[in-house]
Design a binder for this molecule. Structure first.
Ligand code: ATP
Length: 308
C-alpha cells in the first residue's frame, strides 16, 4: 500500500533521511517511533507529498507521490504534528469545508460529516466554533478532518498529543475500527504503551535511518513461538522437572513458584501445556503470554551505537 525506495531528504546543511526504504502492507497499522529529531515528521511529510526529496521514490496505493501529488492526497488523510484550524468556522463547517476541498460530491457531505464527527466524539459540538474548542477537542477535530473522506491510507503525526486518557483510549479503538474497514494507518507517537495496543507493525527511525521494521502483533508464521510465564498459587519443587519434560518447550527459567517457558504459538499447543501442568496437580494461578514489548525493543535499539 505504501512503498518507499531509497528516500534521501536534506534540509539546508542537514541530511534528515539517509536512504530510507520499506513497504507497508494494506490493512496494517504501523507505529513510527524514534527519538526527537529522528526524522519521523520529515518522513511522513515526504509520504504525504508535502516535501520534495533529494532522491528516492514513494508510491501510495500504486500512485507515485512526486508524479501525482493531488491524486495521492485523494487517497490519503494526513494529520500534521502542528496544524491550524479555521477558528471562525464551526466544527460542522470545518468538516464540510474539508469535504469540499477533497472533492467529495456534495450529496455525500452530510453523511461523511456526521460519520467523522461521531467517530471522534464531536457529534455534540457541531455548532461550536473551532476557536472555542479545548486543545484535545481541536486535536479530535483535526483527526476528524484527516479521515473525513475515508481514504485508504491515513498518516497521523502525534495524534494522541493533548488528548485525555479516555480520548486516547477512544482513539485506539477508532484506529482498530478504521483498520477493520480496510484502511492502512501510519501513526507516529511517543506514547509507546498505547501504540502497542493497536499497532500491527513497528518502525524505528534513528538519526534519519530505519533501524527496525517488523511485525509486532504476533500473528506471523506457523513456526512462531511465544514466551509464557507460569505462576503457581502454591509452590512445588516438581515444577522445573515438569516444564523440562513438556514437548517442544524451551525453559528460560524455572523454580518452585514459577517458570518462564517458550512454546509453539498455536493456541492448542499452549492449551496442551497448561492441561499437562494441571493434570500434574500443580496449582497454576497464571499462564500468560508475554507480548513482544515495543518499549523494550525500542530502548534496546537506542542503546546500540549509532551507525556512522
Ligand atoms: P520529534 O519527535 O521531535 O517531532 P522527528 O523525528 O519528527 O522529531 P523531524 O521533525 O523530522 O524529526 O526532524 C528531523 C531533523 O530535521 C531534525 O534534526 C530537525 O532539527 C531537522 N529539521 C526539521 N525541520 C527542519 C527545517 N524546517 N529546517 C531545517 N531542519 C529541520
Amino acid at each position: 500500500m505504501i512503498s518507499v525506495e531509497n528516500l534521501v531528504f536534506d534540509y539546508p546543511g542537514l541530511r534528515a533521511l539517509h536512504g530510507v526504504a520499506f513497504e507497508i502492507g494494506e490493512g496494517s497499522i504501523t507505529a513510527l517511533v524514534g527519538p526527537n529529531g529522528a526524522g519521523k515528521t520529515t518522513l511522513l511529510r515526504c509520504i504525504a507529498a508535502l516535501e520534495t526529496p533529494v532522491a528516492g521514490r514513494i508510491s501510495v496505493d500504486g500512485v507515485d507521490v512526486q508524479d501525482a501529488p493531488r491524486q495521492c492526497h485523494r487517497r490519503m488523510g494526513y494529520l500534521s504534528d502542528f496544524f491550524g484550524l479555521y477558528n471562525e468556522l464551526t466544527v460542522e463547517q470545518c468538516l464540510r469545508h474539508r469535504a469540499a476541498a477533497q472533492d467529495v460530491p456534495p450529496g455525500k457531505h452530510a453523511a461523511l460529516v456526521s460519520r467523522a464527527a461521531g467517530r471522534t466524539g464531536l457529534d455534540d459540538r457541531l455548532g461550536q466554533k473551532a476557536g472555542e474548542l479545548s486543545r484535545g477537542l481541536r486535536q479530535r477535530l483535526a483527526i476528524a478532518q484527516s479521515i473525513l473522506h475515508e481514504p485508504p491510507v491515513v498518516l497521523l503525526d502525534e495524534p494522541a498529543s493533548g488528548l485525555d486518557p479516555e480520548a486516547r483510549a477512544e482513539l485506539s479503538r477508532l484506529f482498530l475500527q478504521l483498520r477493520a474497514e480496510g484502511m492502512t494507518l501510519v501513526v507516529s507517537s511517543h506514547i509507546l504503551a498505547e501504540l502497542e495496543d493497536y499497532s500491527t507493525h513497528m518502525m524505528i527511525l534513528r538519526e534519519g535511518r530505519l533501524v527496525e521494521h517488523r511485525r509486532i502483533d504476533g500473528v506471523e508464521g506457523a513456526e512462531r513461538r511465544v514466551t509464557v510465564v507460569v505462576r503457581l498459587a502454591e509452590p512445588s519443587d516438581r515444577l522445573p522437572a515438569i516444564v523440562e519434560a513438556l514437548p517442544d518447550c524451551e525453559v528460560v527459567s524455572a523454580d518452585e513458584s514459577g517458570a518462564k517457558i517458550v512454546l509453539p504459538a498455536p493456541a492448542l499447543e499452549r492449551h496442551r501445556a497448561l492441561k499437562h501442568l494441571m493434570d500434574e496437580g500443580l496449582a497454576v494461578a497464571a499462564f500468560e503470554e508475554l507480548r513482544p514489548d515495543l518499549q523494550e525493543t525500542y530502548l534496546a535499539h537506542l542503546r546500540e551505537e549509532p551507525r556512522s
